[in-house]
Design a protein around this ligand. Sequence first.
Ligand code: NAD
Ligand code: UGA
Length: 479
Amino acid sequence: MVINKICCIGAGYVGGPTCSVIALKCPDIVVTVVDLSKERIGQWNSDKLPIYEPGLDNVVKQCRGKNLFFSNDINTAIKEADLIFISVNTPTKTFGNGKGRAADLKYVESAARMIADVATGNKIVVEKSTVPVRAAESIMNILRANHRPGVSYQILSNPEFLAEGTAVDDLLNADRVLIGGEDTPEGHDAIEKLCWVYEHWINRSKILTTNTWSSELSKLAANAFLAQRISSINSLSAVCESTGADISEVARAVGLDSRIGPKFLQASVGFGGSCFQKDILNLVYICECLNLPEVAAYWQQVITMNEYQKSRFSAKVIESLFNTVTDKQIAMLGFAFKKDTGDTRESPAITVATTLLDEGAKLHIYDPKVEPSQIMDDLTHPVITEEPEKVKKAVSIYDDPYSATKGTHAIVLCTEWDEFKTLDFQRIYNGMMKPAYVFDGRKILDHDALVRIGFQVQTIGKRLARPSLARIWGSCNQI
Ligand code: NAD
Ligand code: UGA
């Protein structure tokens, strides 16, 4: 095989970890990850990587400077590479045709144009970004339209299935690697070369090869199925709250059916992350364009249910706090979209925080990994608020949960960080206004223990017993 050098365009949450693991497992290949952002590349070359991902520091330290490089010299890396991953962002369009639904492919197109401008020799170009079905055709059109003598291309689709927070493990022990390519001798040859790279550590039986369009659609389908499970269990959590059933018991009973399985049935404040919503919206848009309105409506409902869950949880907080949170101090524990990441993209915490701020609450926010500047950026973004200065005054960010909760009326838990499970809630309770409320949007706390301390507790998908009034008033007298 002749893959000596790999270039990856896009040093983000996918390009960085994926190529670090390839470098670790393929010492015979030189891997260069390139990006337009000088800041990001600087961070990849520093002791503080631009993303927090358990185990990643260690992988990068083992390979960086040996066969793993991070660089802004995109042209050289493209020229030298035998295989080029395109791992750039594919956000939802915010303008024009397909606004709010279609994937914006401008970064993919710009990467393709960069390749077309400088490539020499034979290149295998691999779509690693999540793209609409038949995006590979557009990449090929750009490359072939700018064709220069002596240059030939094969385009492969190789979508990434890693989840943030478990990326290194997901990459090392992938359930499957999916590679789609052209059904031609050249296409098969390119597929075999990429298979050879993965076979350095992934068993061949787990490497699935398909046609290009199946591979592209499978990625959207996988995310749609995962998100659909969460919306399904969240929809039933509303039924539980109205009937006295417990969603954890329902999830267990349903998940023990081996045909259904137990994973991704954790009811929550709603799913977040950069991809579920974007990829389903993209799928919905594709279905509409294909004149399949029933299919589009089916998948749209997964998003609608998620919006409902986020707003239902926010409404529950307000209603429980006597229908007004104006000037109330509310501690928010967790801001990332899930534990073990510092990523806040589409985090449900943003929706909950924004709703509470709109109602006049003062927020005290603590997250173990999200940078304070990121929290402020998210809450003062023009799409989120027209009054950024007012928001800045109403938000305080803390670097420990005890200071964040001190003197507050309520705790709203939005991210399932493990450290929240072992907090000293008696100490927290003693420092709070009474009655003290906990709203557990992730179902990770010991609710019975909290009720015994004296908290008023609300969670997703379960009605909880309330502490006796005598107990609450007893605590009130202590403050
Ligand atoms: P990201 O925003 O973290 O990183 C993308 C990077 O690409 C940015 O650093 C940006 O500066 C760079 N970039 C954009 N255009 C460029 C160009 N022309 N040349 C050089 N650099 C360029 O995005 P991400 O989260 O890594 O996602 C990348 C793709 O992978 C998306 O399509 C996403 O849907 C998909 N994906 C993401 C995840 C995830 O967990 N984040 C998982 C699977 C798949
Ligand atoms: C998801 C997929 O799991 C990956 O396979 C995929 O590669 C990736 O999207 C992508 O394409 O970007 P990610 O978004 O990083 O990964 O994280 P998940 O673990 O899937 O969690 C997504 C959201 O769903 C989080 O907010 C999480 O808290 C929530 N969730 C997850 C639940 O509310 N309940 C669950 O049972 C599971």
